[in-house]
Design a protein around this ligand. Structure first.
Ligand SMILES: Nc1ncnc2c1ncn2[C@@H]1O[C@H](COP(=O)(O)OP(=O)(O)OP(=O)(O)O)[C@@H](O)[C@H]1O
Ligand SMILES: [Mg+2]
Length: 321
């Protein structure tokens, strides 16, 4: 079946993996994604996409905008964040927070983490954060595989508590992963803090991982949210890639797709790295469009002029309201 627009809030890992392989929609994010929306118009029609991939001897699209774990490039920050989050979940530390600028790979890292977790960890992944606390609980329970019909907060909390105790009895851990957490309301943050109180005398019953843009860190520093801010047990951050890392990132994506760095001339690569300023999403948009332009021009390698055209297109679409 063709992947469709994801359901409002939650997705199972199977859904995540299916969508992460879909060709177009990044990940069904509910909030505005300015950079994701500025892909320059394709100079070739979608039906020709396979043809241009074949033209470059690629097995798949190297610079898709989907958060596909298969393409994860282990930069120093990504590796450190992955290790910290795994350990935090494994040790049942309670509240984990990952913060990073737009397009730096938070969702990709979360998808990768979810795909690698031990089956002993039951997970629920939510990315629609424009929800009331009751809606969030409902979606989390559904993703954990708990059937509930009530919309009453107390009933939902009781159902979650029962599920968490059952998990603990079976030696399992439950992790609620909330992406785009910068959009949560203060009320929801406060209620999440209370969920962290579900615990036995030995360990936290529920692990919560919040991933979001820098506004998330700012929110957790707000005086009225200090109580949850103070409970963060693991913090990690993703930032722009260095030039060396950006080059390795581009090479990694190309080789994963069956190609090589030779698809770009040195000056084209230099321009790409400079203009993307270390943001992986920007690299993907520029590299993808430049390859399509090069295909349109019937050249075998992306040269500087073609990359410059992709940069102009991106700047043009960013300038257009
Ligand atoms: N470490 C990485 N390895 C491979 N691809 C990456 C990496 N980081 C980012 N990307 C790619 O960059 C794009 C943006 O990544 P992603 O959606 O994970 O960013 P994000 O931080 O979640 O962005 P946002 O703040 O908008 O939610 C995706 O196409 C993704 O595949
Ligand atoms: Mg994201």
């Amino acid at each position: 079946m063709e992947p469709t627009t994801p359901r409002l809030a939650s997705r199972s890992l199977a859904d995540v993996m299916r969508w992460s392989r879909s060709a177009s929609a990044p990940d069904g994010r509910p909030s505005a994604q300015p950079e994701a929306a500025v892909v320059a118009p394709n100079p070739v029609r979608p039906a020709q996409v396979d043809i241009w991939q074949r033209h470059y001897n690629l097995s798949t699209e190297p610079f898709a905008l989907t958060p596909d774990p298969e393409f994860l490039f282990p930069s120093a920050a990504h590796t450190e964040a992955m290790a910290g989050l795994k350990l935090g979940l494994w040790e049942r530390r309670g509240l984990l927070v990952m913060v990073g600028e737009v397009g730096t790979g938070k969702t990709t890292l979360v998808y990768s983490l979810l795909s690698q977790l031990d089956p002993q960890i039951e997970t629920s992944y939510l990315s629609n954060t424009l929800l009331s606390f009751e809606e969030l609980l409902q979606n989390a329970l559904q993703d954990f595989g708990v059937t509930t019909t009530s919309r009453n907060r107390l009933d939902l909390q009781t159902a979650l508590n029962t599920f968490l105790r059952d998990c603990a009895n079976r030696g399992k851990t439950a992790a609620l992963v909330i992406d785009e957490a910068q959009n949560l309301t203060d009320e929801v943050f406060e209620q999440l803090r209370l969920l962290l109180n579900f615990e036995t005398y030995k360990s936290k019953l529920l692990q919560i991982l919040l991933a979001g843009q820098p506004e998330l860190a700012a929110k957790l520093r707000q005086p009225n949210l200090r109580q949850i801010g103070d409970r963060v047990a693991v913090r990690c951050g993703l930032g722009p890639l260095s030039s060396t890392e950006a080059r390795a990132y581009i090479e990694h994506r190309l080789t994963t797709a069956g190609g090589s760095l030779r698809l770009f001339t040195r000056p084209a690569l230099g321009l790409l790295i400079r203009k993307a300023r270390g943001i992986p999403r920007r690299i993907n948009i520029l590299a993808h469009n430049a390859m399509l332009f090069a295909y349109g021009r019937e050249i075998d390698r992306v040269d500087r002029a073609t990359m410059a055209q992709a940069v102009r297109e991106l700047q043009g679409s960013l300038a257009t309201p």
